[in-house]
Design a protein around this ligand. Structure first.
Ligand code: ADP
Ligand code: MG
Length: 348
């Protein structure tokens, strides 16, 4: 295991930016920390990099403790590469010199430095700008210099704090693909921070969802999406409706749930008990065509989403309207029969 954080706490005044954070990151993983602005993502990265001393708990990198009671290894002793949201480039150096800098500092051979620098500049599509100064680049281009510099360094552990946040959308997906490719080739362990769940889902082997200084769930993208641990995770990831239903029976990891007087089978955690429960249902779990559509609903609102319509439909006894995708336009007040053939019973 490359990184282990145990009960890490970091406060600023009375505010806990990191509140009992524990994480384990396997060697070679692309690990994404996802969460809204202000939830503590940058503080977490800075704590791992050694830029922020922690109040309590401990941090291990590659089997060595780097932070803990009475211990704070400085950043240069931790052997991690960092790419920040702000670019932190040398203003007096050209793009090429910025990228080559860590290699020259490490006293690598001149031909290697040149080849490696050229290769990394090519990766981030900056070859034509190699002789410019950072001041003569756009924000997105500067971020690509910072990325190229980190790539060049070849650190086995790379920490990235929203490195794509300032890029144009088309360049962003190109860079996502490049990052994924680079990560695969280099075998480095990457901790990548973002507030963008689409980006997190696209890149991650594992995602930790942070909220107000805490890790709510650390899981695979599928685990986070299909089996959220609570309503907050369910609501943050993707589009969903939370329904309440009565669990009538549990067989293995499937529950028979009563919704509006009909029994529906829905995946559930192993320890699910009989009784009232909260259920997450996503649009793809709702059928609006075909047989056995037992649930009668009334259309509340319809929005065109490009190729299909999204409808909010009312189901008897439910506080929230159910989100469904429909292939044809409908009007408020129309009745729509649906069936539900998936979802997730939230843990009690
Ligand atoms: P994120 O990166 O998720 O947006 P941060 O880690 O930057 O969040 O910040 C988490 C919380 O800690 C915020 O409430 C922020 O205002 C506070 N914070 C971060 N750094 C400092 C600091 N140096 N001094 C005081 N408060 C800070
Ligand atoms: Mg941040």
């Amino acid at each position: 295991m490359t990184m282990r954080l145990s009960s890490v706490r970091k406060t600023f005044g009375s505010h806990a930016a990191l509140d009992d954070v524990s994480l384990e990151i396997d060697t070679g993983d692309f690990f994404v920390v996802l969460g809204p602005s202000g939830c503590g993502k940058s503080t977490l990265l800075r704590a791992i990099a050694g830029l922020e001393p922690i109040d309590s708990g401990d941090i291990h990198l590659a089997g060595t403790q780097v932070a803990g009671k009475g211990l704070h290894q400085p950043p240069e002793a931790r052997n991690v590469g960092v790419v920040f949201q702000s670019y932190a480039l040398w203003p007096h150096m050209s793009v090429r010199q910025n990228v080559a800098f860590p290699l020259e500092t490490a006293k690598r051979a001149g031909t290697y430095v040149t080849a490696r620098t050229n290769n990394c500049l090519e990766t981030v599509e900056l070859t034509p700008f190699a002789d410019r100064k950072p001041a003569d680049l756009s924000g997105g281009q500067r971020q690509r210099v910072a990325l190229a510099r980190c790539l060049a360094q070849g650190a086995k552990t790379v920490l990235m704090d929203e490195p794509l946040a300032n890029l144009d959308p088309h360049l962003r997906s190109a860079m996502e693909a490049e990052l994924a490719e680079f990560h695969k080739k280099s075998g480095s362990t990457t901790l990548f921070i973002t507030h963008d769940q689409r980006e997190a889902m696209a890149l991650a082997d594992k995602v930790a969802l942070m909220w107000d200084g805490k890790v709510l769930q650390a899981d695979t993208p599928e685990g986070l999406y299909d089996r959220p641990v609570n309503e907050r995770v369910a609501g943050f990831i993707g589009r969903s409706t939370i329904l309440s239903g009565e669990i009538l029976a549990v067989r293995g990891e499937r529950a028979l749930v009563s919704l509006a007087g009909h029994a529906v089978e829905i995946p559930c955690p192993q320890d699910t008990e009989i009784g009232m429960a909260r259920i997450i249902v996503r649009p793809e779990h709702v059928r609006t065509t075909g047989e056995d559509r037992d649930l009668e609903t009334v259309v509340d609102r319809v929005t065109y989403r490009g190729g299909f319509w999204e409808a909010n439909v009312r189901l008897d006894g439910q506080e929230q309207a159910v989100l469904v995708n429909i292939p044809h336009k409908a009007a408020a007040g129309d009745s729509l029969a649906i069936s539900i053939d998936g979802g997730w019973v939230l843990p009690a």
